[in-house]
Design a binder for this molecule. Structure first.
Ligand code: 5IU
Length: 453
């Protein structure tokens, strides 16, 4: 392997960096322009480069290599050939037919994938690629880049917890070229000044968006209402009142109403359901300012779901602010709930052995993002920021039950999943003092949110 400096000098001859006055995509003028694509025209240099990049990763453990399209694809391929580590290929856009996969290749859930990028500027395209790769349930820990333009990208990714290795920084490149008289002192100075004077691309959020920020991007009135209540009450708690008599439910709604943003219901378990019960519940919801969230988990073809939603004895469409629905029947089936009820789709379940694996979750997210009436998903891991995340399976004193439920603490779900709303059932209604317990969960949920925002 030739050393870094020699490599750079040879690569320079291919025209990978040019000096002058260039207008970048962003509209700003830059005294240099970098394009590493010509490296693929030299098999010798591409191989050298891949060995340098592999060397940077010598202490890393990974099972797959993935290049950020398109410039890094040949680099990632060369690394794969040199290291015998399998390659996966990320598409720039989904095929729109067939499997609509964004990642091509053979891989399994939880495999660790290293990402390869040619030039890092703000880090935005890497963040997008990381999201795609993580959506497929792969793990990303290490990222290797050839050139850092020193504009905040590395900091952004490090802040998000990734290790970023880079072969060169632009400053280093300038020094080497100057040393070999490929740049005049004046040019080198001009570029250095440009690098120093240029405002860093602002370092993006380390963690998650706040409710205030989410309110600005959420367009569905129910999502907006939910976020407003959360901010007013300093609560992200949804009480799942899974009791079987209307009196018990109304009593719990009254007792926990001040602490919560919504009551989650399974109306079909109420043995004495009546329209009076519904109007009493609506009154409490109005008085205490919380939403009614029917956890019906629709899971049929559109026509049947519509009947279940509007007809029968429950007439859910008449009183529920929000409902849950599976997306198992495809995108069309979700449309039947109309525009005014907030739909929360089931992307991932909390129970042991659930069939909602990474691939299922990715498809559920895709449907949810495209549907105008879906405000978020139920899931046990991160979602794209455009969807609100609802996480059940939260309990501060138990780790599960004998029927497959698996519990996490509020702290964990806010920190690791960036959840927006926790859903707590038995933790509240099965306690001897539901009101005090709801306050404990409200406080724990709010503090965990605050710590991660
Ligand atoms: N619920 C889950 N897990 C899921 C989904 C829904 O627990 O994946 I989708 C519901 C079931 C119950 C409530 O109504 O959330 C959780 O109640 P407990 O906190 O009592 O387990």
């Amino acid at each position: 392997m030739i050393n870094k400096e020699e490599f750079l000098l040879k690569a320079y001859k291919l025209g990978i960096i040019k000096f002058g006055d260039f207008t970048l995509k962003s509209g700003i003028h830059s005294p240099f322009y970098v394009d590493l694509r010509p490296l693929a025209s030299s098999p010798e240099l591409l191989r050298e480069l891949s060995n340098h990049l592999l060397y940077l990763l010598k202490d890393s453990q990974y099972e797959l290599i993935c290049g950020v399209p398109y410039a890094a694809l040949p680099m990632a391929t060369a690394m794969s050939l040199e290291s015998d580590v399998p390659l996966i290929v990320k598409r720039k856009e989904s095929k729109g037919y067939g499997t609509k996969k964004m990642l091509e290749g053979i891989f399994e859930e939880n495999q660790v994938c290293v990402l390869v990028e040619d030039v890092i500027t703000s880090g935005k395209s890497l963040v997008e690629t990381i999201e795609e790769v993580e959506k497929e349930a792969l793990k990303v820990k290490d990222i290797v880049v050839v050139l850092d333009r020193q504009q905040g990208g590395i900091e952004l990714l490090k802040n998000r917890g990734y290790n970023v290795f880079h072969l060169f920084s632009i400053g280093e490149v300038i020094d080497i070229l100057y040393k070999h008289s490929l740049l005049s002192a004046e040019e080198a100075k001009k570029i250095k000044e440009f690098l120093e004077g240029k405002p860093m691309v602002s370092i993006q959020k380390v963690t998650r968006s706040s409710y205030e920020e989410k309110l600005k991007v959420q367009t569905h009135p129910v999502a907006q209402k939910l976020l407003q209540i959360a901010m007013q009450k300093e609560s992200n708690l949804i009480a799942s009142l899974d009791v079987t008599s209307s009196a018990e439910l109304l009593d719990l709604a009254e007792k926990t109403g001040d602490q919560i943003v919504a009551v989650k219901l399974h109306t079909d378990i109420i043995s004495d359901f009546s329209s009076e019960y519904v109007s009493e519940l609506k009154n409490i919801a109005k008085e205490k300012n919380f939403l009614l969230f029917e956890d019906r988990k629709f899971g049929d073809i559109g026509n049947t779901q519509q009947l279940q939603f509007e007809k029968g004895i429950y007439k859910i469409s008449e009183w529920a602010d929000m409902i849950t629905s599976h997306v198992i029947a495809g995108a069309e089936s979700v449309k039947v709930f109309g525009e005014t009820t907030g739909v929360v789709t089931i992307a991932e379940m909390s129970s042991k052995g659930t069939l909602t694996d990474g691939a299922y979750k990715a498809k559920a997210i895709e449907i949810s993002e495209k549907a105008g009436n879906v405000i978020g998903c139920v899931a046990q891991s991160k979602l794209p920021e455009t969807l609100l995340l609802f996480t059940p399976g939260v309990n501060m004193t138990s780790s599960g039950d004998s029927k497959g439920q698996q519990f996490n603490t509020p702290e964990k779900v806010f920190k690791e999943y960036h959840t927006d709303f926790i859903i707590v059932g038995r933790g509240i209604y099965a306690s001897s003092d539901p009101q005090a317990e709801a306050e404990k969960y409200r406080k724990a949920g709010w503090e965990s949110y605050k710590n991660n925002v």
